[in-house]
Design a binder for this molecule. Structure first.
Ligand code: AHR
Length: 500
């Protein structure tokens, strides 16, 4: 048995934990929308065609905001196609995901689904194949109460109250060669600044997110952020980070340490934004929107997806990841990375939500169920409250091929007036670890709950036939003894402890 001593002190706060850290992303991709959240004719479908069983799971997951409608999809999307009478809506090619888009679900339908799940809309604009004028039109349609042609059109389309969308993404992954309308950092930075300025003439209070790099491995990473913010610093509020991880070549040790990379990624973007702040002598601080993050077996996406030119299917199954316990542990760890950076990461979206790269599976005409990644997300969203606290870790390390030596234990902590929550990961593949934490500074005395995700087989997963094969179990080996919390963490595990 390995041992680690953790230090948590309310006198060392990181920053308030924004509820928006527990956002998700729904794209018109694969079976995310059609056959995911929406399946008219399904026994669970409500009067609008939305699956009640999926709505219940999204609520249980504690999703606070949803970024929509893409993703790569948005760069070919004409928002006008998706409003008005359904029988007049055009059917288009979804170039991003080589499929057919019926526009059966659009802005009105999605907003009504969000009301059912109780989450906020974060709307992405097409700055790939469209520009400032179309962005202004959508803003006017969505947010202006009445009296203009577009606002009145919205009202005629059934929505008297404006959607009042507060968060807007100025395009998606504009550095990516796969993106329709890919741009240079200079071109995109100027376009983002122009569009943001114009949108603020409608409403200065909007929260605007500029596209950061599509990932930390992009050749222009760092320089992209610097150049874009040099043009758009005073006009936007946040810059995006996108981060996907997968277990490659059976290297579970490196995969389990993915949060090390996420920490570095976030800190590098913060440093770059602050560099631009310093150069501009600006009093303003740019925050981070990690608006796509998850485990995604991207290397398994068929390379010929875009080459089947005669075949543009409706809602094909794409990237329906089985998600193992190890994937769940990594998702839990990535959430810890977000919490550790709560002072600067004020918005985040797990990508995605249903069927596609998703914690929730929905079988056509069948049940909906939770994948392994569902559990750490739902529990962190439920328990992480108040302020994130720094956590000191004195414990063993191990070597990884990808990141060198990393700590065996990963941890994050939050606290508010009512108590504290600790989130713990044991990355060892063979050893249990006993963690001990002196609770005196926290003033906590009692464990409210201690839940662990683990399995003797870290690659075990839930399936349609066995939807409860893996999940959270009470951790009976967590106790407070003489003011010290001691918890034994099994190998490859994620644990949450809430304290009163
Ligand atoms: O989430 C899937 C895709 O990943 C998104 O469409 C894109 O933005 C990213 O590359």
């Amino acid at each position: 048995m390995l041992r680690a001593r953790l230090t948590v002190d309310p006198a060392r706060p990181v920053g308030p934990v924004s509820r928006r850290l527990f956002g998700a992303f729904v794209e018109h991709m694969g079976r995310g929308v059609y056959g995911g959240i929406y399946e008219p004719g399904h026994p669970e479908a409500d009067e609008d065609g939305f699956r009640r069983d999926v709505i219940d799971l999204v609520k249980e997951m504690g999703v606070t905001t949803v970024r929509y409608p893409g993703g790569n999809f948005v760069s070919g999307f004409r928002w006008e196609d998706s409003v008005g009478p359904r029988d007049h809506r055009p059917v288009r090619l979804n170039l991003a995901w080589h499929s057919t888009e019926t526009n059966e679900v659009g802005l009105h339908e999605f907003a009504s689904w969000l009301e059912k799940v109780g989450a906020e809309l974060m709307l992405a604009l097409n700055l790939g194949t469209r520009g400032t004028l179309e962005a202004l039109d959508l803003l006017e349609y969505a947010n202006v109460p009445s009296g203009t042609t577009l606002a009145e059109q919205r009202i005629r389309n059934g929505r008297r109250q404006p959607f009042d969308v507060r968060m807007w993404c100025l395009g998606n992954e504009m550095d990516g060669p796969w993106q329709l309308g890919q741009r240079s950092a200079e071109d995109y930075g100027k376009l983002a600044a122009r569009t943001a300025k114009a949108m603020r003439q409608v409403d200065p209070g909007l929260e605007l997110v500029a596209c950061g790099s599509s990932g930390a491995t992009m050749p222009t990473f760092g320089e992209w952020e610097r150049a874009v913010l040099t043009h758009a610093y005073e006009d936007v509020d946040l810059i995006s980070c996108h981060a996907y991880y997968e277990e490659k070549d059976g290297d579970l040790g490196s995969f389990l340490a993915s949060a090390t990379d996420m920490d570095h990624f976030i800190e590098t973007v913060v440093a770059t934004a602050d560099h631009v702040k310093a150069v501009r002598k600006s009093p303003k601080t740019i925050n981070i929107s990690v608006d796509e993050w998850n485990v995604w077996y991207l290397s398994k996406v068929p390379a010929d997806l875009a080459r089947r030119i005669d075949d543009w299917p409706l809602a094909p199954a794409i990237s329906e990841e089985p998600y193992t316990v190890a994937d769940g542990v990594v998702v839990g760890s990535l959430l810890m990375s977000l919490i550790r950076h709560a002072d600067r990461v004020t918005s985040a979206s797990i990508a995605q939500l249903v069927n596609v790269i998703a914690p929730i599976a929905a079988e056509p005409q069948g049940p909906a169920w939770r994948k392994a990644t569902f559990f750490p997300f739902a529990t962190t969203s439920r328990l992480a409250r108040g302020v994130a606290l720094q956590v000191g870790i004195d414990g063993p390390g191990y070597d990884t091929a990808a990141y060198g030596e990393v700590p065996v234990i990963d941890a994050a902590a939050t606290a508010d007036a009512g108590g504290a929550a600790l989130f713990l990961v044991n990355r060892s593949q063979t050893e249990e670890v006993e963690v001990s934490i002196d609770l005196a500074a926290l003033g906590a005395t009692t464990i409210e709950e201690a839940l662990t995700l683990s399995d003797p087989d870290p690659h075990a997963a839930n399936t349609a036939d066995r939807p409860d094969r893996v999940g959270l179990r009470p951790n009976a080996r967590a106790a407070v003894v003489e003011g010290t919390l001691r918890a034994t963490l099994p190998p490859v595990s994620w644990t949450a402890v809430s304290l009163h």
